[in-house]
Design a protein around this ligand. Structure first.
Ligand code: HAM
Length: 418
């Protein structure tokens, strides 16, 4: 017996088996194909950044959960907890001369030091988009449209809720709530802790507003509540025009003016998508408009809007809603009948690999064992390469689904396997 040292993976991280990766990739590709069909282009930003990047504007929720460390030169770095701040930094540093609007997307892991539970991990994947350069409601509508259509492409059922940070912020300003208290208050609103909110803001209209939840008529109720608060009303008009575009796009939504989002940089429309079957961690997507974040890094005001999917939660929802994902199968297992046939078998394999996935024995197994193996890994076809076949420039091919087996010429293989 060798010496065994047991090392487990860190808390809040996961290993993904080949089967799981195939399922994840299939779903990821569906989302990517939707995003790319709107002309978004993929980018990559560093896995770690200066901590300051996220400390500035990402808010309490993210700040508290950052993986911060010092490198050997004493720089304070952190593993990225989200990508929007990184992309704004990238815009200021690398993309500021590009023609606007810029349509960018990413698909990679984020890191948050949270208490792990179902649907909440310390390393988790996001797929997100950022639409940079437009302050128009059409841009917000496009962002929501992409989120909705991605989930529809997967065949998921979900609930879309839309709010507006401008309304909350302007209302708070008019009520005289200090700037430094606002982020904390928004976090409390987001958590639905109305008792605490009520202790800070003693205003009935405000408390009613954040509990409004419904369809288009909610906006009239909001208007009645807001009539004295001019600037908040302007934000409401802005939300109205976003909803106008969403109606054109035929999107079913609910308005929820109590959406606070845990992140500080939002300035306008915000939205969340939930899948109730997921239980406590039901939010699969969050996003909104952030018109001041790029300015913080670049000095120029560039409006932007975007969202991120929690990809792991989407995968859980795919499972829970019983969505069928086609199993990935190897096309061919090549089975030489004896050692002397190996060279021919290898030649056929390398030829077929131009078109198909091909597995060949590397264990020096006998024919019977190779057939068993092909059956177990669920191969589509087995190609048996024996001396008599080769003499006639042929092979014996077996369809593993039907059991049908016959001899065909090597040059006919591709016609047989479709
Ligand atoms: P966020 O709401 O913090 O937004 O994260 C987006 C999604 O990531 C959440 O809705 C959730 O599904 C998933 N998520 C968050 N934390 C975890 C976790 N610990 N484990 C598993 N999934 C998690 C953002 O990050 C913004 N950057 C989105 C955005 C892009 N806004 C504008 N552009």
């Amino acid at each position: 017996m060798g010496i065994k040292k047991e090392i487990k993976r860190p808390r809040g991280t996961r290993d993904f088996t080949p089967e799981e990766m195939e399922r994840r990739e299939h779903v990821e590709n569906l989302i990517k194909s939707v995003i790319e069909s709107y002309n978004y282009r993929r980018i990559l930003t560093p896995t770690f950044e200066h901590s300051e990047l996220f400390e500035l504007k990402s808010g309490e929720e993210i700040r508290e959960h950052m993986y911060v460390f010092e490198d050997k030169s004493g720089r304070k770095l952190c593993l990225r907890p989200e990508a929007t701040a990184s992309i704004c930094r990238m815009f200021a540093q690398t993309l500021r001369k590009e023609r606007l609007p810029l349509r960018l997307y990413y698909s990679y892991p984020m890191f948050r030091y949270e208490r792990p539970q179902k649907g909440r991990y310390r390393e988790f994947w996001q797929i997100g988009i950022e639409l940079i350069g437009s302050e128009r409601p059409e841009a917000d509508a496009e962002v929501i449209d992409i989120a909705v259509n991605s989930l529809k492409r997967i065949d998921l059922n979900f609930i879309l809720e839309i709010g507006h940070m401008g309304i909350l912020r302007e209302f708070m300003k008019e009520l005289g709530i200090r700037d430094d208290i606002q982020p904390h208050l928004i976090t409390l609103i987001d958590k639905g802790d109305l008792d605490k909110v009520g202790r800070i803001v003693d205003n009935k209209k405000f408390l009613e507003l954040i509990q409004l939840n419904g369809h288009m008529d909610v906006l009239d109720d909001a208007e009645a509540l807001l009539d004295e608060y001019k600037r908040a009303l302007e934000s409401l008009e802005n939300l109205r025009s976003i909803l106008y575009w969403l109606k054109i796009l035929d999107i079913d939504y609910r308005i929820n003016l109590g959406i606070g989002r845990g992140i500080e940089y939002y300035t306008g429309m915000v939205f969340e998508i939930r899948i109730p079957e997921l239980g406590a961690q039901s939010q699969v997507c969050g996003g909104g408009r952030y018109d001041n974040l790029i300015e913080l890094f670049s000095g120029i005001r560039v409006p932007a809007s975007g969202f991120a999917f929690g990809f792991d939660r989407i995968m859980d929802a795919v499972e829970l809603q019983g969505i069928d994902i086609p199993e990935k199968r190897v096309d061919v297992v090549i089975a030489p009948t004896n050692q002397n046939m190996r060279e021919d078998a290898l030649k056929i394999a390398s030829h077929l690999r131009e078109y198909l996935s091909v597995d060949i024995d590397v264990m020096n197994r006998k024919l019977g064992k190779i057939l068993e193996y092909a059956d177990e890994i669920n191969a589509r076809f087995v190609i048996i390469v024996g001396p008599e076949d080769i003499r006639e420039e042929s092979v014996t091919i077996r369809n593993m689904d039907t059991g049908e087996q016959r001899r065909i010429e090597i040059k006919e293989i591709m016609n047989f396997i479709q």
